[in-house]
Ligand binder design. Structure first.
Ligand code: GLN
Length: 199
């Protein structure tokens, strides 16, 4: 497997924006649509989009079990917005299937209609002192975070960014800003994992 290729799940959603941001942050990328594509990547980003659609497409493309197996074997995964929902343990108030990888319960479309879409300066201490321009689009929030989950950011007291080992989740869309610090942060997680497995 060639090192340092970051996959972007490309079944539906804002794929090209993630590819561009990852490449600006210094990564090589591959759009992932098949189990064969997945074998060629070192980490996977699930973009924003529509979670019910993507869960169905993951099954149809034979990717559900391979993605779960890779993540359980240590592959870093980052979900933004829809991707966070897809990676979550469960969805509050809905019997929506998920991959059950990140030990959080999310609530879909949680920030309410009036503020469906907003750009909010978000304090994310892990990224340094400058606030991050976080774009929320019909975003979920995290209602429950398990004991292994570190909270990296909150908006109005609601959890919107978490990390659980090699897994990262953001309610917002870093790929839609020119600020690539979350992409660089994810690449650092990938890099650190590689150093451990090479040791
Ligand atoms: N509301 C969408 C969902 O529940 C997520 C929105 C997004 O990814 N921008 O799937």
């Amino acid at each position: 497997m060639p090192a340092s290729v970051i996959g972007v799940l490309a079944l539906q959603g804002d794929v090209v924006e993630h590819v561009a941001a990852l490449e600006r942050a210094g990564a090589r990328t591959l759009e992932v649509r098949t189990p064969g594509d997945l074998e060629r990547v070192e980490a996977l980003v699930i973009p924003g989009g529509e979670s019910t659609t993507v869960i169905r497409l993951l099954d149809r493309f034979g990717l559900t079990e391979p993605v779960k197996a890779r993540v359980r074997a240590g592959m870093p995964l980052w979900g933004t917005c829809m991707g966070l929902i897809v990676a979550a343990a469960d969805v509050a108030g809905l019997l929506q299937p998920t991959l059950g990888l990140l030990d959080v319960t999310v609530r879909r479309n949680a920030f309410g209609r009036q503020v469906d879409s907003a750009e909010v300066p978000l304090a994310i201490p892990a990224l340094g002192p400058a606030p991050f321009p976080a774009i929320f689009i019909r975003a979920p929030w995290i209602e429950r975070a398990g004991p292994e989950v570190a909270v990296l950011a909150e908006r109005d007291g609601r959890i919107v960014m978490v990390r659980q080992g090699n897994l990262l989740g953001t309610s917002f869309h870093p790929e839609l800003t020119g600020d690539d610090r979350v992409h660089a942060y994810f690449l650092a997680i990938v890099e650190a994992g590689r150093a451990v497995s090479a040791a």
